[in-house]
Design a protein. Structure first.
Length: 380
């Protein structure tokens, strides 16, 4: 087995979603199939409480680089020095950067995982980002990496097109699609037991439509609110939205007030998986009309929990959902409203969607993801 430097700043971050979720899930899967001794987790910084950080370091031998968050970012983005092997003082054969956060300079064999390049191709959906850093990382990957794994065919296509247009580099031979997986705790077990947890968060026994994601424009929750408002007098459901407050939060609160939905809409904020699983399991439908996704893991999580899904017919969601979800135009409130009402009103349709969703979700596993990554490590 080759030794792998597994680099992710989110690996030691309090942010539990997105790339952090990917970094941990892949690490655990690699660990479970016997690769732990060959993994060297590395981050340039951590915002974890010291006791949590020490626990992770003891468990995984996580190494924090001495240059820190901004020192690492600036040195690597502007100078592409010093090499990660010099900073970490560790011996490894391959470097795996778990995202395109910034360049990761090394003399070793190099793999990047690309989740999306949204800040470069869809900047309107990304606030407080530094697109020049991602651009530098992508250019570094195009020139220096042996392999760029992409979480979807959509992401791979976007990267291939961007590199040809902006860098005049054909990287087709470097691109490999390695799908994400669904964690084992997202499943249909203990639905009745978990119902109480869902009720704790909802405070009553009213059926509900569920949305999950950071409250930002690309997640398109304002369209969900408008669509829900259209059908609210024809259904008894609440609308429950789970996710951290993004830069669209105040606008969402404003729309809730304007549409007089305060009694029908619950904004629960961030919840742990302990509560997210039962919320999926007991929802009438999961709505995810995102305007841009590199993958869309929540689609599969909902399906694995036996929840029917409505999602976008653009970017990566169709690739992830297959024929197991209702696909709608994310720019059409009318289409979304019609789909929401149809699912809430048709038990036969729901049963078929649940069956197809469960079949779809089992096709994506972290074990498969880890196995594919090991093959790439060993090939290099």
């Amino acid at each position: 087995m080759v030794n792998v430097a597994y680099f992710s700043n989110q690996f030691s971050s309090t942010n539990g979603h997105g790339i952090a979720r990917y970094s941990w899930a892949l690490y655990r899967a690699l660990e479970n199939i016997g690769y732990k001794k060959n993994l060297f987790p590395i981050s340039s910084w951590s915002d974890l409480p010291q006791n949590e950080l020490r626990k992770i370091q003891k468990e995984t031998n996580l190494k924090l680089l001495p240059t820190g968050r901004y020192g690492t970012m600036l040195c690597w983005s502007l100078l592409q020095r010093p090499y990660i092997e010099r900073l970490s003082k560790q011996d490894f054969d391959v470097v795996h950067a778990a995202s395109l956060g910034h360049p990761v300079p090394t003399k070793k064999r190099l793999i990047y995982t690309a989740h999306d390049i949204g800040p470069l191709t869809h900047p309107e959906y990304f606030s407080h980002n530094r697109p020049w850093i991602m651009r530098n990382a992508l250019l570094h990957a195009a020139k220096k990496a042996q392999v760029i794994t992409c979480v979807s065919k959509y992401t791979a296509s976007e990267i291939e097109t961007y590199c040809k247009k902006e860098f005049k580099i054909d990287i087709t031979h470097k691109l490999q699609v390695v799908y994400e997986g669904v964690a084992e705790n997202f499943n249909t077990e203990n639905i009745e037991t978990n119902k109480n947890k869902a009720l704790e968060l909802r405070k009553n026994n009213t059926p509900y439509i569920l949305g999950v994601g950071k409250l930002s424009p690309r997640k398109n929750f304002i369209s969900v609110l408008r669509a829900f408002n259209t059908i609210k007098n024809k259904i008894e459901h609440q609308l429950v939205i789970v996710g951290g407050n993004g830069w669209d939060f105040q606008e969402i609160e404003k729309v809730i007030i304007e549409l007089d939905l305060k009694k029908r809409v619950k904004l629960l904020g961030y919840v742990t998986d302990e509560y997210l699983v039962p919320l999926y399991q007991n929802a009438s439908v999961f709505v995810y009309p995102s305007k841009f996704e590199g993958f869309g893991l929540t689609i599969l999580e909902a399906m694995a929990c036996g929840c029917p899904v409505i999602t976008s017919n653009t970017t990566s969601p169709p690739e992830v959902a297959g024929n197991a979800a209702v696909l709608i135009d994310p720019n059409s409130d009318e289409e979304l409203a019609e789909a929401m009402f149809s699912v809430c009103d048709d038990r036969v349709k729901v049963d078929e969607m649940v069956k197809m969703g469960l079949q779809r979700a089992v096709q994506f596993s972290w074990t498969d993801c880890a196995t594919s990554m090991i093959k790439i490590y060993e090939t290099l």
